[in-house]
Design a protein around this ligand. Sequence first.
Ligand SMILES: Cc1cc2nc3c(=O)[nH]c(=O)nc-3n(C[C@H](O)[C@H](O)[C@H](O)COP(=O)(O)OP(=O)(O)OC[C@H]3O[C@@H](n4cnc5c(N)ncnc54)[C@H](O)[C@@H]3O)c2cc1C
Length: 397
Amino acid sequence: MAGHVIIGAGLAGAKAAETLREEGYDGPVTLIGAEELRPYERPPLSKDYLLGKSEREAAFVHEPGWYAANAVDLRLGDPVVSIDLDGRTVRQAGGAVMPYERLLLATGSSARRLPVPGGERAMTLRTFGDSDRLRRAFAGAGRVVVAGAGWIGLETAAAAREAGCHVVVVEPEPGPLNRVLGPEVGAVFTALHRRHGVEFRFGTGVEEITATEVRTAEGERLPADHVVAGIGAAPNVDLAREAGLAVGEGVLVDASLRSTSHPDVFAAGDIAEAEHPLYDRPVRVEHWANALHGGPEAARSMLGRTVAYDRVPYFFTDQYELGMEFSGDVTGYDEVIFRGSVDDLEFVAFWLSGGRVVAGMNVNVWDVVDPIQDLIRRGGTPDPKSLADPGVPLESL
Ligand SMILES: Cc1cc2nc3c(=O)[nH]c(=O)nc-3n(C[C@H](O)[C@H](O)[C@H](O)COP(=O)(O)OP(=O)(O)OC[C@H]3O[C@@H](n4cnc5c(N)ncnc54)[C@H](O)[C@@H]3O)c2cc1C
């Protein structure tokens, strides 16, 4: 009997397998992974685990025995190399061919490499192996150059500083996180990292990497024992594209996470580019919560349940003493309002577009994600003075 096959044994794939069983599906479930390790969560790889403060075991999605106990056929270290949509089969590199009734693609992303001479010398961060390699490199407390001041670049810079390295971050944009947060809130991260001794070179890129240094576009030579490329991730969509599925930036799916081009195929996690009830364009979210919730929603959809995946995009990070959660999407914002103390790193920032709250970020302020996401969902135009006033409960806005 052909059952349900999931390609990609990451968080989205593992949570989808779990949900298929929880929802009572009793046919075969196969979860196929390219990596040798059973599914794990990646956020610790650039935080606690990289800092040596948490164990590997804490990051795995399930206990080792969970898969057999739940009759999930977990096939690791043998990626799927092709999908036959008409024949409803997938083929693994090792030659095995699996029939499927419904197929979930959850192949995640790969770290982008620096396309410059010597770019292959830069380390990237996506897997446990990568994190182990970085940890060993940082232990030497040498000189580290990080290319890219996005989330991974900044978290890596923080870990390198905490390990005692000298750290320079090179970023072509005028500030960190410029496209995801804009300059007003990006400045908070610049100040935080500078306080911790990180140097920045903004407005310039890495042009060349040699065994001992990094040359920037402006011609500066930065001595470097280690170089890290934190320049983003590319969704693993080649398999879907080669199979003939509709692919934009990600695998195109409707709000039920079903492929817009093939009714038996679904996508979740980093690779899903989904129609979203809150937005007038497809949305692709490369964050943990989207894999955590999208995997289960795709599984329900595979089982024929009615699904409209409408979660507000959500992200979290920890860097030094800053812990934060971000909700929404800042595209097209025209104003930022702060509530609380930016200097004390205890505040909420709201991004507004035409008076409507489109995104919110709570920094060292907790248990406010629900009211922030309610504001984004409702799309009303709250009074800016009340937004800025910590004395006014968010729920009342
Ligand atoms: C270092 C790091 C830190 C992060 N920190 C945060 C954070 O703080 N907050 C946050 O919100 N998000 C964070 N993220 C992002 C978050 O981890 C991802 O959004 C999440 O892992 C996506 O899950 P996924 O299951 O879609 O994909 P992945 O986790 O990428 O898993 C996909 C799996 O599919 C496998 N695969 C690919 N192709 C094939 C194939 N052909 N056959 C079989 N298997 C295949 C891959 O090898 C991989 O194991 C971080 C990511 C990284 C790398």
